[in-house]
Design a protein around this ligand. Structure first.
Ligand SMILES: C[S@@+](CC[C@H](N)C(=O)[O-])C[C@H]1O[C@@H](n2cnc3c(N)ncnc32)[C@H](O)[C@@H]1O
Length: 205
């Protein structure tokens, strides 16, 4: 049998792609202030998914400082691409606005301040991708609006699904024939926390 890498977690820490100074500063601030961000590996995954999907419209629940929005905005190739991102904390939303400007994506990131579940009710689709990253107990209640807002074949990604509060969502999306979902548990260097899960799902109905 071929040999496995003996210390995979140390090894995979050496395989994180370089980031620009804006993303690196946001990673440092997240570390210092305890802000839970997706980090460079899931950031790169969101970039790849946005690029592969040819995404033009992305909806994010949970902006924080704008770190994940910047990755997704850079993943979109279209000049008219828009990331709509929802954040309940006005101070955080202000920081995210400044950070998106500094990252050169301010013109394509639209930040709405308020409760994401409430704002989502008034949004109109279709979106190509939705990223869920708010309180985990709110994932299951958000599912119906995600289904309404995504285009057929659109992608839903939900972060932190190894949190106990995500259990209802994890079971609901697997049982719902509107979705083809895959719950992944992985080591994610730089993610908060580093051993966690992410659900990727396409809207099939
Ligand atoms: C995990 S952080 C988001 C991290 C961000 N997606 C990133 O990776 O850069 C969650 C954010 O969602 C916000 N939040 C939590 N519940 C929310 C809600 N119901 N509506 C809007 N924002 C919410 C919090 O204030 C916090 O800034």
């Amino acid at each position: 049998m071929s040999k496995m890498i003996s210390e995979p977690e140390s090894y995979f820490r050496t395989l994180i792609a370089e980031r620009d100074p804006v993303l690196k500063r946001l990673e440092e601030e997240a570390q210092n202030e305890g802000i839970p961000i997706i980090g460079p590996v899931i950031g790169a995954l969101m970039f790849v998914l946005a690029r592969f999907a040819g995404a033009r419209r992305i909806l994010e629940f949970g902006t924080a400082t704008g770190y994940s929005a910047i990755w997704m905005a850079r993943g979109c190739r279209a000049d008219d691409a828009r990331i709509v991102t929802l954040e309940k904390n006005p101070a955080m939303a202000d920081r995210a606005r400044r950070n998106c400007d500094l990252a050169g994506v301010g013109d394509r990131v639209e930040i709405h301040t308020g409760d994401a579940l409430t704002i989502a009710k008034d949004l109109a689709g279709p979106f190509d991708m939705i990223f869920l990253d708010i309180e985990k107990k709110d994932y299951a209640p958000a599912l119906e609006d995600c289904r309404r807002l995504l285009r057929p074949g659109g992608l839903l990604a939900a972060d932190n699904i190894a949190f106990a509060d995500a259990d209802l969502f994890n079971r609901a999306i697997l049982a719902d024939e509107a979705w083809q979902a895959v719950p992944l548990y992985a080591f994610m260097p730089g993610h908060s926390p580093e051993r966690d899960g992410i659900c990727l799902a396409v809207k099939s109905l």
